[in-house]
Design a protein around this ligand. Structure first.
Ligand code: SF4
Length: 141
């Protein structure tokens, strides 16, 4: 939650885990924007910005977004993980990055910012971030 130019309003940003949402979540996000009288924007990093909902509605909006699986807290372990599409969408993949990422996020201790790649091509891997790469057996190293 970040301040808005009008003090009785706020801005709320929610990030999809791994930058992806289903169409059902997308429809629900649009519905929440209507329900909470917010302008909905997409940010350059693939997040949803709810601009200007009433301050009094912010907590409920954030709770609803979390219920949809979105990340609204920078300290959420899910915010520290990125991944390539993995076996969900790539012929080259040796592993299911989505499942491994969800397991990592659920772990009690995250080892800092991590990017998962399902093969040595490392598509989309950000610089300066710890990288785990799946070998041909599907093991991340
Ligand atoms: S890193 Fe490998 S598995 Fe992942 S998207 Fe790129 S080519 Fe596919």
């Amino acid at each position: 939650m970040v301040p808005h130019a009008q003090p009785q309003r706020v801005n709320v940003v929610a990030a999809p885990f791994l930058g992806r949402v289903t169409h059902q979540v997308l429809v629900a996000v649009a519905g929440l924007a209507v329900t909470h009288a917010a302008d909905l924007r997409l940010t350059p990093d693939h997040s949803f910005a709810f601009c200007g909902p009433p301050s009094s509605a912010a907590r409920q909006l954030m709770a609803d977004l979390v219920d949809l699986g979105l990340v609204v807290d920078r300290n959420d372990p899910k915010a520290a993980i990125s991944a390539c599409v993995g076996s969900a969408g790539c012929w080259w993949a040796h592993a299911d990055t989505h499942t491994v990422a969800a397991d990592l996020a659920a772990a009690s201790h995250m080892p800092g910012r991590v990017h998962l790649s399902a093969c040595a091509k490392r598509c989309g891997a950000p610089a300066g971030v710890r990288q785990l790469v799946a070998d041909e057996s599907g093991t991340f190293r």
